[in-house]
Design a binder for this molecule. Structure first.
Ligand code: SAH
Length: 458
């Protein structure tokens, strides 16, 4: 190890900063956030530092550096643009056995400052030993994306309970087990939901009944296919899951994001090919959660848009299982965006409706009258099988047979394709469209030719 990692407590400890430009300002800022008493040495201060001085937040002890400034300080940071001076400061600090960092000058540092991921009490520091600070920053961003915001609340609550838990559970290994179970239990869901009082109550409950394990279910929308359309929260849930139950619509790219040692179960069903029925899926969700697992129910698009997400939650709610929902980009938004078809447009459509094509064969369960109005975009999910009925009913109720229509297959995926035509030809357009396919009906479809930007048109 080239460097020994440590976190220093600077509260109320004097720190010397030499220099008063932009770099010094940045350093002073983070030192102040850590509660340090900042003593500044510089001929003149930049505007922000001057403000902080006027506000009494920092001290300005001299205009020229002198070795005695190093006496009685905990750390030294040199941020001047004078290399000889920086070196002199470092030499003085070394002689006094004081920690010193000359900004961006590894040779003249006996400590370095890592890239930091800050979630309140939880801090993660990354360093490449000064070899490649940009690489450290890139990894900081990646790790940052994986860490949910609520970790800070979880750590703060745990901090408040640490003493009490120690009093009640004497063995160190039992204590470790307790915390591990807690952070993987519904305590996690409760803090994510911002229910901090309930989360604290949960600690109390688990302290009283330690053996019980409570699972949880996270309903996650995977979006229409392009892995980049998945949300950060969805990604975090996939990385955290013990078990993932996924639909046939979820793309392989997204399945690749699941934690490698998590169990995966396909509960996929496509119309007419029910591999596991909905009831069985519901049963599995309850069963795994009761076993104490962190379950992710991963659905194509958005779980609440023709996804039966609501029904699954009702079952979980009745079984008393903690759950949360992470929305996804529904096909009606994703596929149309990638096909260059805006759902509304000032001149062409003021309304858009999402409907399912899984209607009665004669279409008697749908209010065609209102759907047939012009300047009204219809987005039809699962519409290919009943395309003939849909086209016929809309025309019978007054929608023009020349209304532009598009059938978007594999929307947002590399193999996206768009078939364009008019309403009266809809049955032919859908007949050999690859699945999954979304039908869009309305004047806005005419914009596709002009605006298409993805896939087959590039
Ligand atoms: N919950 C999903 C919809 C499930 S219903 C969502 O919000 O997107 C399944 C239907 O969605 C399919 O029959 C198809 O009409 C549509 N669909 C889903 N993904 C699609 C995609 N990538 N391209 C086109 N249509 C898609």
């Amino acid at each position: 190890m080239d460097y020994y990692p440590l976190f220093a407590r600077l509260q109320q400890r004097p720190v010397l900063v030499v220099g008063a430009g932009q770099v010094a300002e940045r350093k002073v800022d983070s030192l102040l956030q850590s509660g340090a008493i900042v003593r500044l040495v510089a001929p003149e201060l930049n505007a922000v530092l001057q403000q902080w001085l006027d506000a009494g937040r920092i001290e300005h002890i001299a205009t020229e550096f002198a070795p005695e400034h190093i006496q009685n300080v905990f750390l030294v940071v040199a941020a001047t643009n004078d290399a000889a001076l920086n070196q002199q400061i470092f030499a003085a600090a070394e002689a006094a056995h004081t920690l010193c960092n000359v900004v961006d000058d590894l040779q003249n540092c006996n400590f370095i400052v890592p890239a930091l991921i800050d979630r309140g009490a939880l801090q993660i520091a990354i360093s490449t030993g000064g070899k490649a600070p940009v690489l450290a920053r890139i990894w900081r961003q990646k790790i940052e994306a994986l860490l949910p915001e609520h970790l800070s609340d979880a750590a703060n609550i745990a901090g408040r309970w640490r003493g009490k838990v120690k009093e009640r559970i004497h063995s160190m290994s039992a204590r470790r087990q307790f915390w591990e179970r807690l952070f993987h239990s519904r305590f996690d869901t409760l803090t994510a939901q911002g229910k901090l009082t309930e989360a604290e109550n949960e600690i109390e409950t688990q302290l009283q009944n330690p053996p019980q394990q409570n699972g949880q279910v996270v309903l996650v929308g995977a979006g229409p296919g392009d892995v980049g359309l998945m949300t950060l929260k969805g990604l975090q849930a996939l990385q955290d899951a013990d078990i993932v139950l996924y639909d046939a619509l979820v793309s392989d790219d997204i399945l690749n994001l699941i934690r490698k040692d998590a169990q995966r179960i396909s509960v996929g069903k496509r119309a007419g090919n029910h591999s596991v029925m909905q009831e069985k899926t519901n049963e599995l969700l309850v069963q795994y959660a009761l076993e104490g697992k962190r379950v992710v129910r991963l659905k194509g698009g958005d779980p609440f848009v023709f996804g039966r997400g609501g029904e699954e939650l009702q079952v979980l709610q009745q079984a008393g299982i903690a759950y949360r929902v992470i929305p996804g980009i529904t096909a009606g938004l994703g596929a149309t965006a990638y096909a260059g078809i805006p759902l509304t447009h000032r001149k062409l459509a003021q309304t858009a409706t999402f409907i399912t094509g899984h209607c009665q064969a004669d279409g008697s369960d749908i209010d065609w009258q209102s759907l047939a109005l012009s300047r009204h975009t219809l987005v039809v999910y699962m519409g290919t099988i009943n395309a003939a009925t849909i086209a016929e009913q809309l025309q019978q109720h007054g929608r023009s047979s020349d209304t532009p229509v598009a059938v978007i297959s594999n929307g947002t995926r590399e193999n996206q394709s768009t078939n364009k035509g008019v309403l009266k030809d809809l049955p032919q357009l859908t007949s050999n469209a690859p699945s999954p396919a979304l039908i869009v009906i309305g004047e806005v479809v005419s914009l596709h030719e002009q605006l298409a930007w993805f896939g087959e048109h590039i």
